[in-house]
Design a binder for this molecule. Structure first.
Ligand SMILES: Nc1ncnc2c1ncn2[C@@H]1O[C@H](COP(=O)(O)OP(=O)(O)OP(=O)(O)O)[C@@H](O)[C@H]1O
Length: 260
């Protein structure tokens, strides 16, 4: 899998004229990578993800998945949104298998895949539960299982943990890293949460706001396993403050403040 975004512009018509949401975005994601795009509100993060998902078309520029231009939505790109998008009247298992049914996958293959991905997200016992019987974190795990069940080339996540409380969010971030290691899926997540981006990513694209531009690309190199304790390490904090500085528009802010 190779995703490439070249010279991408997106304008929206508004009552006060045309609004430039994305201004010459260039990025790439390689097979198996975990990449985040981080930006303030209005930096065009959701727009960028919707364009890659094929839910919107670019004003100009191109998006290539394995060198093929994106012309619309496709099962090669799985989506997870911030707000749980499960069908409330379907059981967890039916929710996970629904897309597979649309793709014409046989009932026995569907059963196997649903069982496999529910196991991966640790929800096998809830296969027959309805979404309203689940907590927010569990619903989001179902949404991840559903996206993975189609075996997409890339998982696109739009603020996937934005609606969760801090503790659940941290557990879900750790859990997402486990799934990534277990499945080798390529992941692009967009978030405004700098700590989340540093915790999850191998590489981060920092976007500037209005219009959205790639301000900088940062490779995250943290020694050892990603644990909750690592969030307090000086190296982690350095990345966090450097990116926060970039988001505030400061050129040179890679030093940690004395008091934090
Ligand atoms: N359909 C649309 N029509 C007009 N303007 C739009 C449309 N969609 C997005 N925009 C504008 O494009 C800009 C980028 O919006 P977008 O939602 O992509 O930003 P974002 O970084 O995801 O913001 P947030 O973090 O607040 O969700 C904003 O100024 C927004 O008002």
């Amino acid at each position: 899998m190779h995703l490439e975004v070249n010279n991408l512009y997106k304008r929206f018509p508004t009552r006060r004229g045309s609004l430039l949401a994305l201004d010459n975005i260039n990025l790439h994601i390689e097979e198996g990578e975990f990449v985040c795009a981080v930006g303030a509100s209005g930096s065009g993060k959701s727009t960028l993800l919707r364009l890659i998902a094929g839910l919107e078309m670019p004003s100009s520029g191109e998006i290539l998945v394995d060198r093929e231009p994106v012309r619309g939505p496709g099962s090669d790109r799985g989506m997870v949104f911030q707000n749980y998008t499960l069908y409330p009247w379907m059981t967890v298992a039916k929710n996970v298998g629904f897309g597979l049914k649309l793709q014409g996958i046989s009932a026995s293959e569907r059963r196997d895949r649903v069982a496999y991905y529910l196991e991966i997200v640790g929800l096998s016992q809830f296969a027959h539960a309805l979404p309203n019987e689940l907590s927010g974190g569990m619903k989001q795990r179902v949404a991840i299982a559903r996206a993975l069940a189609s075996r997409p080339k890339i998982l696109l996540m739009d603020e996937p943990f934005g609606a969760l409380d801090v503790q659940t969010k941290e557990i879900m971030q750790q859990f997402l890293l486990q799934i990534w290691e277990q499945t080798g899926t390529t992941i692009l997540t967009i978030t405004h949460d700098v700590e989340e981006a540093v915790f999850l990513s191998e590489r981060i694209y920092v976007l500037s706001a209005r219009p959205g531009r790639v301000r900088e690309q940062i490779k995250i190199e943290l020694p050892g396993e990603r644990t909750q304790a690592m969030r307090r390490s000086p190296a982690f904090q350095q990345y966090k403050y450097r990116i926060m500085g970039l988001l505030r528009g400061e050129e040179e802010c890679d030093e940690m403040p004395l008091a934090v």
